[in-house]
Design a protein around this ligand. Structure first.
Ligand code: FAD
Length: 453
């Protein structure tokens, strides 16, 4: 009799784990069943804003692998099936077939918990009105795209995180008059320091996007069951026939909590470096789990596909009988709003302070290419270095085309615990169409070193 692996959640982490386990264990040794409550498995949520905005026209392009392709690997996928109960003592899950409304119990030997995260929906009046959306699954993207093509005129994006900004760009690109509302002093307040976030906010305004900072939504008002207006305190209101709630995501841990799988200090599932939970036979990976931050050495719960796929791979290798560990995260991320590129890695000032690290911050302005090159675009780069040691702690970039991916050099330096005096010596490539002779990364490192001397 083969062992049975049940995978709860069929996206980045779950399907990476299933694929890696299958590569190492044939179907006569390991049966793999995946239960996914949405209509799709193995999809690129990251591409959803670009489908909503019409850059990607076929939703199928966002499916990395179909259930049929998994079936060919002897991985059985059930979409529209939600795991509603988990009993680790009995080794059983209860699964609801969402179309038929029937419940079935399945036994398991091993379980991969990969439920991801859910969009946070605040308990404000009007949140159930038609036209009010979140963007998480491909089903959400399909629904939002439908609204846009049906002629939405005024959109309000509540929340200035990167998903909110990407959706705002998509709607703006489609000709929908779009406003972003954020409670902080600037957009991207969790990933950028306010000075860098303010730069993004100003550039967005310059591109014709409306951005209101320091504002909270009080309620959503509707006409005939459809959203029509967003009300804020002080009598401030905005017309809207589409509202996107982009207020962040929370790890989806309800099932784990009910089953007694211990959570960590962040509220996500606690795992060891092999992605094992504290319950025998249960593995976990992705947005629903914690990871070690390599700079702060603290547990974090950061929701990124880059992390989920790597953690899922590690879990799958271990389930497959080999040995692998996940080395931790830096939180490196990148996004764009129109032609503005935004990227970060490591700690912000707030995160460094919370971690008890004394730092100095250095900001420089430069260009993406030689200044005289026709496509030269401005970019600002900020680095944080530890006082005394000069160890790099984090970096943020805001700039035109060609600026953002420079974060990878900084992420590599951070991964290797480099000091800014080492970073400034790096032998980086130069020719006028690609960089100034002193790349902005080197300029920032040099200035940080001078500041810290
Ligand atoms: P998920 O992708 O959330 O998958 C979990 C799955 O589990 C879901 O499909 C859910 O339906 C299912 N599920 C949950 N509970 C149950 C249950 N009880 N029974 C059955 N099924 C269940 N990351 C980046 O690195 N770069 C980007 O550019 C980027 N852009 C993004 C843009 C958007 C719009 C969104 C929403 C996310 C983006 N991300 C990006 C984040 C990235 O998509 C996630 O970090 C990644 O998908 C996490 O993978 P996961 O498998 O852990 O969770």
């Amino acid at each position: 009799m083969p062992q049975r692996l049940i995978v709860v959640g069929g996206d980045a982490a779950g399907m990476s784990a299933a694929s890696q386990a299958r590569r190492r264990r044939a179907s006569d040794d390991l049966e793999i069943l995946v239960f996914e409550r949405s209509s799709f498995v193995s999809y690129s949520a990251c591409g959803e804003p670009y489908y909503v905005g019409g850059y990607v026209t076929d939703i199928g392009q966002l499916q990395v692998r179909t259930p049929e392709e998994f079936a060919a690997m002897d991985i059985t996928v059930h979409t529209r099936h939600e795991v509603t109960g988990l009993d680790p003592k009995a080794g059983k899950v209860t699964v609801r077939h969402l179309e038929a409304g029937t419940d079935t119990t399945f036994g398991y030997d091993l379980l991969m918990y990969a439920t991801g995260a859910t969009a946070f929906v605040p308990s404000i009046a009007g949140r159930d009105l038609a036209g009010v959306h979140v963007l998480r699954t491909l089903d959400d993207a399909l629904a939002l795209r439908r609204l846009v093509t049906e002629g939405a005129q005024h959109a309000v994006v509540v929340g200035g995180g990167y998903i909110g900004l990407e959706v705002a760009e998509a709607l703006h690109h489609h000709g929908v008059k779009t406003r972003v509302l954020t409670s902080g002093p600037a957009v991207l307040e969790r990933t950028l320091d306010p000075d860098m976030g303010t730069l993004v906010t100003e550039r967005m305004r310059g591109m014709g996007l409306e951005v209101s900072t320091g504002i909270r939504v009080h309620s959503l008002q509707g006409v005939d069951g459809r959203v029509a207006r967003v009300d804020c305190p002080g009598g401030v209101c905005f017309e809207a026939d589409v509202v996107i709630l982009g207020l962040g995501t929370r790890p989806e841990v309800q099932l784990a909590k009910e089953a007694g799988i211990p959570l960590g200090e962040t509220g996500a599932v606690a795992v060891n470096s092999r992605q094992q939970t504290k319950v025998e036979g249960i593995w976990a990976a992705g947005d629903c789990t914690e990871a070690l931050h390599r700079v702060s050495q603290r547990a974090v719960n950061i929701h990124l596909g880059t992390i989920a796929t790597k953690q899922g791979r590690v879990a799958g290798i271990n389930i497959g009988g080999e040995y692998a560990t996940f080395p931790g995260v830096l939180g490196t991320a990148i996004t764009k709003v129109c032609d503005l590129e935004i990227a970060c890695t490591g700690l912000t000032e707030a995160a460094a302070t919370a971690a008890g690290l004394a730092y100095h911050a250095t900001t420089i302005d430069s260009t993406t290419t030689a200044g005289y090159w026709p496509e030269a675009a401005n970019m600002r780069l900020k680095v944080l270095a530890e006082c005394g040691s000069g160890r790099l702690l984090g970096a943020q970039i805001v700039g035109g085309p060609g600026a953002g991916k420079r974060i990878d050099v900084l992420a590599t330096a951070l991964w290797s615990n480099m000091r800014v005096d080492e970073l400034m010596q790096l032998d980086l490539a130069y020719a006028p169409p690609f960089a100034p002779v002193w790349d902005p990364v080197l300029i920032a490192a040099r200035k940080a070193w001078e500041t810290g001397r």
